[in-house]
Design a protein around this ligand. Sequence first.
Ligand code: AMP
Ligand code: GLY
Length: 427
Amino acid sequence: MNVLILGSGGREHAFAWKIAQSKLLNNLYIAPGNAGTANCGTNVNIAVTDFEAIKNLVWEKDINLVLVGPEDPLVKGVHDFFLNDDVLKDIPVIGPKKDGAQLEGSKDFSKQFMQRYKVPTAQYATFTKETLEQGCQFLESLKPPYVLKADGLAAGKGVLILNQLQEAKEELKSMLLEAKFGNASSKVVIEEFLHGIELSVFVLTDGISYKLLPSAKDYKRIGEGDTGLNTGGMGAVSPVPFADNTFLSKVEERIVKPTIEGLNKEGIDYRGFIFIGLMNCGGEPYVIEYNCRMGDPETEVVIPRIESDFLDLLVGVGNQCLEEKVYKTSENTATTVVLVSGGYPEDFSKGYEISGLNEVKESLVFHSGTKFEGEKVVTNGGRVFALTSFGNTIESAAKKSFSSAEKIHYTNKYYRRDIGRDLINFF
Ligand code: AMP
Ligand code: GLY
């Protein structure tokens, strides 16, 4: 088979690394990819939302399956584009159509969906500029902290958590009246704050059956001890010690099954990943959000723990025969530590030469923001690498990732030295 992966981050490198090991694979293409994905297949410099260019590539390279990494092309309808095109319509796209991608593309849609199918989530209400006054009154009825969410995609920045009522009202006004997050905040979801510990579970579905992929915990803040600004993710651990079998079976019964059934009832043919952001509130799971894709850096710990042929699973998704496919995961713990460019998630410089990659022996090196400049590999993004290691314990895996992090060099390198620390003595 010839496979095309859309995307350019650590998530896509982890996909490419895994798919490159499949017996079913002939040629692998990654668009646009990065300096790491170039070791697993051929990079093609096409933007993930340039559907016409993707079509030409699929045609030219005789691609048999397309795996979509990020949400943007899904929300913009790349899967629908394939289905509506005579040349492309029989080529499986892994990732939902526009209708299913709304689970991530619209918070209001996803909250209504959860309500319809009784999926446990925080109480909420949605407001527009016409109902701003009611929004302020609703805030008055809640206890702090106040959670305000822009309805649409806002590059991971559309959620505000505020301690003061007055500040929450000001922000609501700014989102609705001044388009703080552009069109994404023309509707705002206000919800109850959930107290608990966060984790994510990932589901791979062909629309009928599903496989529950390993759970993971992401470290979102830039600073150690979960301080400072939110990032795309600074590290991850899988499995999550507080997601034991009892908890996971609650997740499956109360959340995963109703979600798949709900999609079916709505006539949404969903083939791809559902990333379920959860809060564990005293042992009870609540959904914080759905995403229509895998997480980054969660993928870099989830995918390496899958022992079966990942491409074969994707074929099962495309052909709706996932139930028949073998799915096995490793018992080992995986940790990943993300190396970033100093300044990230605010302004940072790119183009610094990277050295030491060949010195890393104990970890998988997944590239995020890198590119080739001639023969050299240089930094090309905020998140630069995700270093994934295995161990019998979180501590032993994380130790390898930290030691690998010291072997890679570039100007203004930064990483969190506490990934997994909060979980080591969890019990
Ligand atoms: P989201 O984009 O919906 O995942 O929200 C971003 C982050 O805000 C989440 O990862 C949580 O840390 C936090 N968050 C969102 N909703 C809530 C909530 N209802 N209660 C507590 N924290 C929340
Ligand atoms: N790491 C969080 C995300 O991919 O959205």
